[in-house]
Design a protein around this ligand. Sequence first.
Ligand code: NAP
Length: 651
Amino acid sequence: MATTGPPTCNPHAGVPFTDDDATIAAMLEDVSVPALMCAMVHVTGDPEWVRGDIRPQGLFLNEYQGYMPEEMKAEARRRAAAALARFRDGGCALPPPPPPAVLHEMMTYLACADVDPAVVPMFITDLNLDGADAYAITWGADLPAEVAADAPVVVIGAGEAGLLAGIRLREAGLPFTIVEKNAGPGGTWYENRYPGARVDVGSHFYCYSFEPADHWTEYFSRQTELQEYFERVMDRHDLRAHTRFGTEVTACTWDDGAGRWVVEVRTPDGGTDTLDARFVISCVGSLNRAKWPDIPGLVDFAGPVFHSSAWDHSVDHRGTRFALIGAGASGFQIAPTIADEVAHLTVFQRTAQWMFPNPNYHLPVPAGDTWAMRHVPFYGRWFRFLTFYPGSGLSIENSRVDPGYDDGGRAVSAGNEITRQLFTVWIESQVGDDPDLLAKVVPDYPATGKRTLQDDGSWLTCLQKPNVDLVRTGIERIVPDGVVTTDGVHHPADVVCLATGFRHTEFLWPMEVRGRAGRRLHDVWGDRPAAHLGITVPDFPNLFCVYGPGTNLAHGGSLIFQSECQVNYVMDAIGRTLGGGHRVVEVTRAAHDAYVARYRTEIAQMVWAHPSVTHSHYKNARGEVWTVSPWPIPTYWTWTRSADPGDLAFA
Ligand code: NAP
């Protein structure tokens, strides 16, 4: 396909094209028609595209066609193909961009519902239609050089959040070092290389708002493609020279007199080193430290044993009897991927999982969609909106427990019961003729009470294979040649994989973080980790957490978007500190405590904290949730637009 001219300077405005009419028409066969209609407003400058009868009937998470009748889609494509041919003939020159009121109209068109004007600014910012990166840091230019030079920052971790922090620090012109324990960037996507690892948030949203996303080959990218993306981002933003790979932060100690952090690291050769930092930004993730189960006999197993997040690729699992212990998000992806390769697969699943039907989960992005993402101006941005809007937490009320609702514990509200029924129908449609399996795979706790998994049918197809067993009986012990369950059955195994999750409630573990007067962060937190906005803690000045307590997402969104919110807040706090001639910033006790009280009240009302949901990695041993956000995404975005000086003490 012909591509002419250099890319326009706005990365979302499309690369000019010379493709013939037949090619354009063929390419449009693969696209999301609702997103195409919005793109045509940009291409033609005419809002009538979203004002006529050709309109989607509904918007559902991960459904890109808006339930349009086929003949309506065909007509839309025909009109768009003609308009794109005229656009091509005119040299791909764009008319002036639509004004905000029309953008709002376009959002309402895609959402198939009135989009609250209060949330429009967030989506307009995220759409990044002018390609100018609304979150870019500009205050650095106003800082005296000696102030910037005296404000070195240590970023802990080079996952998606650490890279983002690096990008913003570079824009600010502050000296910074990213310390990364792995040999490369990507964090969770560097480490989790198990067979089948892929993201379960749509890729066109699971990427930075300011990094063009026209390249994804699948709608839900695999680990390798994500890892490549982060490598590319690192290079595009010149972060390698700022990064110490293979180096692990072991301790951070606040020096009150100097107003600085002393950061101790373990170097690649096993030695130690110390870094000086005015500010520390922790970007260590919170699903990063593997949780090994306390199962008797584990050390006695004769064959290989490894955790899913450290898959041992030196072990050839083909033809083996494979024991997969744990089937949350990781096990759920591993089992279908290896089932046909192993001789026998035994899946030990303690708690059944609710699944969200998603036919696109394993689909490649077809040629036409790839073409449109690259060439049709702003098509990719509106496709991103299609992925983002339904997962933006605006329906978070469905996750709230209705105290007046009582159906014996199946659901927590009338809305939650509808979700339960929808999810149950999805399961029954696949295994309805196997009552034994059905009894094992329908969860007995309210829908969405744990992390809901994305499913295109591959999980239940896998469980029905002749060489696969699903074991829901508890594990008693591991013996050299297998796993023994509490019913006394011995399940032979040659390899054991522990897909048993992470130490999600132990934020920043195992680093030793000491703040004012030597106070240990883990002593302060105990099993109730909390921070103002999930970011800052009193007595720990100049320390910021990204993906800290209470900021995991169980109701939608993308953690990369969440990081963009948090890093925006962190950079604003740093900018206000240095710009105001200060050296130290700390959240006030009053602001922190008020936020945490509000968080605690809110989260306790949500399905994730409901007592019927047991064995949840969101919960601490008391059954409380301190990990997950109870806020709609636009609410949290608003709170993190800037650091409120009234919440902060400067010195
Ligand atoms: P997880 O959701 O915590 O699941 C761990 C599994 O191990 C569960 O089945 C759990 O059972 C079981 N388990 C834990 N300890 C056990 C024990 N002592 N005995 C028996 N079974 C035990 O961990 P994960 O699957 O690694 O996923 C963690 C998070 O990582 C996800 O929620 C998600 O946020 C992220 N993730 C995302 C993706 C993706 O984007 N596609 C993929 C993987 C992971 P119970 O359910 O009974 O506790």
